[in-house]
Design a protein around this ligand. Sequence first.
Ligand code: FAD
Length: 310
Amino acid sequence: PFDVLVIGGGPAGASAAIYAARKGIRTGIAAERFGGQVLDTMAIENFISVPHTEGPKLAAALEQHVKDYEVDVMNLQRAEALVPAAVPGGLIEVRLAGGATLKSRTVILSTGARWRQMNVPGESEYRNKGVAYCPHCDGPLFKGKRVAVIGGGNSGVEAAIDLAGIVAQVTLIEFDSQLRADAVLQRKLHSLPNVTVVTSGQTTEVHGDGSKVTGLSYKDRNSGELKRIDLEGIFVQIGLVPNTEWLKGTIALTPRGEIEVDARGQTSVPGVFAAGDATTVPYKQIVIAMGEGSKAALSAFDYLIRTPAA
Ligand code: FAD
């Protein structure tokens, strides 16, 4: 059995595995797709001390750094169930899709999240070519340009306020007849001169010239009329979905599916820790996920030295 078993091979999981292995304890990492969301990212310009890198390059570096240590790397393995230890200090089980079961004294969950997509024509084709999901990451790439934000909840309205300070013009499109963001955010939004708000708007298509976004179409849900806007960027803000469906009923999750963690990364189950986008940690970013991963590993080590093995 392992001392520390990490589930998920994104920035949080890679960091957790390295911190655990550096303690000289038996460490394993199982991931459905090593690299995680980083693999789907083009330019990364906010990974501190690295002014510019690309997703696949950073993902390869994460994997190489993990492999520099004695870590049992199990790539292309999907976890399907977690069984808490039967007695305090006992072994925790993680069942994999292939049927195998891994056992460990502690587990670190770092299965990340996925952005909810609009599922309209052009969206996947122009992903990273104008279609973006993270304003903190990609906002500066659209300096002085025209963008739309899809979604009028808190994240959409926050994104529109954030982008309004960088880009030339923001059009916020909400499906419902009214915005759902907090009143204070809506007031701030309406005070900005370069933001237009469209309600009852359903995005129907992303337009492009073959290499980048040139506009979008939406349906006015009141009149049924189809409208087209010329722009360079589209930020989709209709929800971040944690990859935690398989933990429901075993680990305490918020109504949105985020794993509840305390300041040390401890979950509701003894010996099980969590880190990164899958958790309640505010702000979903690479540097944050890495910091959280290292913190969860140190907490797991602390648990191991204090808890006698059953
Ligand atoms: P993830 O990166 O999501 O990794 C999750 C891991 O868990 C993966 O290995 C996955 O395969 C695995 N997994 C999931 N479910 C299971 C399961 N059941 N069993 C086994 N393994 C499983 N952040 C920045 O800081 N700067 C940027 O410029 C930036 N740009 C971005 C651009 C895009 C297009 C996207 C989508 C995100 C971007 N982000 C950026 C956000 C950043 O990628 C995430 O915050 C970060 O990757 C989160 O790390 P994580 O380890 O928590 O999760």
